[in-house]
Design a protein around this ligand. Structure first.
Ligand code: FES
Ligand code: FES
Length: 164
């Protein structure tokens, strides 16, 4: 069955006809071409598919697309400014060795963004807790935690990106 839904995606108002069984990751990646959101396990275990829905980090591989109707969705594609300036979290991951192959990075960054939007002064334990569902197969987690901590400082100076 098909249903027309409306939502805000990275600041833009979208109407889209979806199949009721589609997941949000399928809608984003396969239908809309937003392949920045990764799909690893496909069953809620790795966090690679993390996006933000109404300020909460969610696993888009488990989240039904129909459930974003009337909601606000943020993906990694919405973070950089239109002039290409990276969001403080993106810049910080680059600067602090938080990225190696990069497969987990969109999910790590979106989980971190949800945390810092809610708690801009999150400490190491709160960062660890927020990233507990995000698995990285190659970077040491320490560099990832340090990247999030350093981003807190950058964010004070730079509110880049459509999503702030
Ligand atoms: S792909 Fe969604 S949690 Fe792994
Ligand atoms: S940087 Fe490769 S999986 Fe995290």
């Amino acid at each position: 069955m098909a249903t027309k839904i409306s939502f805000i995606l990275n600041g833009d108002k979208i109407s889209y006809e979806i199949k009721d069984h589609w997941t949000l990751s399928y809608l984003l990646r396969e239908e809309m071409g937003l392949i920045g959101t990764k799909e690893g396990c496909g069953n809620g275990e790795c966090g690679a598919c993390t996006v933000i829905v109404d300020k909460l980090a969610v696993n888009s591989c488990l989240y039904l697309a129909i459930d974003i109707d009337d909601k606000i969705v943020e993906t990694i594609e919405g973070l950089a400014s239109t002039d290409g300036t990276l969001h403080p979290l993106q810049q910080s991951f680059v600067d602090n060795g938080g990225i190696q192959c990069g497969f987990c990075s969109p999910g790590m960054i979106m989980s971190s963004k949800a945390l810092l939007d809610e708690n801009p002064d999150a400490d190491r334990e709160e960062i660890k807790h927020a990233l507990a569902g995000n698995i990285c197969r190659c970077t040491g987690y320490i560099q990832i935690f340090e990247s999030v901590e350093a981003a807190k400082e950058l964010a004070v100076e730079d509110k880049g990106g459509k999503n702030g």
